[in-house]
Design a protein around this ligand. Structure first.
Ligand code: ZN
Length: 148
């Protein structure tokens, strides 16, 4: 199987079977982002616990396979991790998608390696980064809570 086929398979798998898709029904930080170019929308809900770990993360949304798969892979990659680690993952993934970091960095993050297949399609990069920008915004909202 060629690498591109493998990446496509991973993306379609997450699209058909998204992880952490749904709502958080108690107090949480909510952000919404959209990518008007493609019509992708995401609503991201996170809960950070007192130890600074991302205790819960769920998303809802609609859009193309890349946007929804990226959100699903993102939730798997960051759930339960410390915020400082998550910020590094965000910066690695967004940097790799924008061509500012070596795409090899995606090899460190499980299924996210499939996003390497998207880098060669600049028009789709925004689809892939939508969920990640939502996560960065949600973490900024969280940070405000603690500096109030
Ligand atoms: Zn899209």
């Amino acid at each position: 199987m060629a690498f591109d086929d493998l990446y496509q398979e991973i993306i379609l798998d997450h699209y058909r079977n998204p992880q952490n898709f749904g709502e958080v029904y108690h107090s949480c930080t909510v952000v919404e982002e959209d990518n008007p170019v493609c019509g992708d929308q995401i609503r991201l809900m996170i809960v950070v616990n007192a130890d600074g770990l991302l205790q819960e993360i769920k998303f809802k949304g609609s859009g193309c396979a890349i946007s929804m798969a990226s959100a699903s892979m993102m939730t798997e990659a960051v759930k339960g991790k410390p915020i400082s680690t998550i910020q590094r993952i965000c910066s690695d993934v967004i940097g790799a998608m924008r061509g500012e970091k070596d795409p090899q960095v995606l090899e460190n993050y499980g299924d996210l390696v499939a996003l390497k297949g998207v880098i060669q399609f600049p028009a789709r990069v925004k689809c892939a980064t939508l969920a990640w920008h939502a996560l960065e915004d949600a973490l900024k909202e969280e940070a405000k809570k603690f500096t109030r």
